[in-house]
Design a protein around this ligand. Structure first.
Ligand SMILES: [Zn+2]
Length: 254
């Protein structure tokens, strides 16, 4: 009996002690929270410049953020991606090497073309991956027919083409209206691409009024995959070129 009373007393004491500590904890939390409002004015809303543009490499040719322009060739210069696939989309030249893209970009292109189709916009892949040797042939053709100065504004030198990364594509309407031509920007397909490509991780890489920075005339058909997060940040910030977004100097010439 005596033992039982002691035990009950013991339990009561523990409960009381627990309550006391709990009460103290409440008091301290009240104290803490009452001191918080004074900190509030220093908490800033998330900055639109907070996007980390250094998350992935700009020099590794396998990086989705690799910077390729007239000042930054691929390294190695004859780099070839190891994960090329043919996207399941309408193709300009079925069976041709240029109908391939890196898997991550091909998947994004497929998703984008499906979404476009749902909006009654029918897109086709005109040209994707181009190997170093293919680009050599293409560039030499331009030089031969138009001279080097003109060739350099219309076709990249081998090793300097985004198409060699497997992350770039030239897009056109299935009808082939304004095929790889400026008027593509005025077609429903071109307008849809300009408005929606960022949602799938693509940017219009050579925009209007961007030649002094990119070194290329306006190419409303040429898109480059950089991932949805980066493309969306670039779109929301209203940044014109990838050079500006990644804080690279202008690359108007070789
Ligand atoms: Zn292109």
């Amino acid at each position: 009996m005596k033992k039982g009373v002691k035990f009950i007393l013991f339990v009561v004491l523990i409960v009381l002690a627990g309550f006391g500590m709990n009460n103290l904890a409440n008091k301290s939390s009240v104290y803490k929270s009452s001191s918080k409002p004074s900190l509030k004015p220093t908490v800033k809303p998330p900055s639109k410049l907070a996007f980390n543009t250094k998350l992935y490499s700009h020099t590794d040719p396998t990086s989705i953020w690799v910077m390729v322009n007239k000042k930054n060739p691929l390294n190695p210069i004859d780099y070839a991606p190891s994960d090329l696939v043919v996207p399941n989309v309408p193709l300009r030249v079925p069976g041709n090497q240029t109908m391939q893209m890196r898997r991550i970009a091909a998947d994004a292109l497929q998703a984008m073309f499906l979404a476009a189709k749902a909006d009654t916009i029918n897109l086709m892949l005109a040209s994707g991956y181009r190997s170093y040797s293919y680009q050599t042939t293409l560039y030499n053709f331009y030089v031969k027919t138009q001279g080097q100065a003109v060739a350099d504004t219309q076709s990249a030198r081998p090793g300097y083409s985004e198409h060699q990364t497997g992350l770039a594509a030239d897009v056109e309407p299935v009808s082939r209206t304004c095929e790889v031509a400026l008027c593509f920007a005025l077609t429903p397909e071109g307008k849809w691409l300009a408005s929606n490509s960022y949602r799938y991780g693509f940017i219009i890489r050579y925009p209007q009024n961007g030649q002094a920075i990119t070194g290329y005339e306006y190419e409303p058909w040429h898109i480059r995959y950089i991932g949805v997060a980066a493309a969306t940040a670039m779109h929301n910030q209203g940044v014109l070129t990838l050079e500006q977004f990644f804080n690279y100097p202008a690359a108007p010439s070789y």
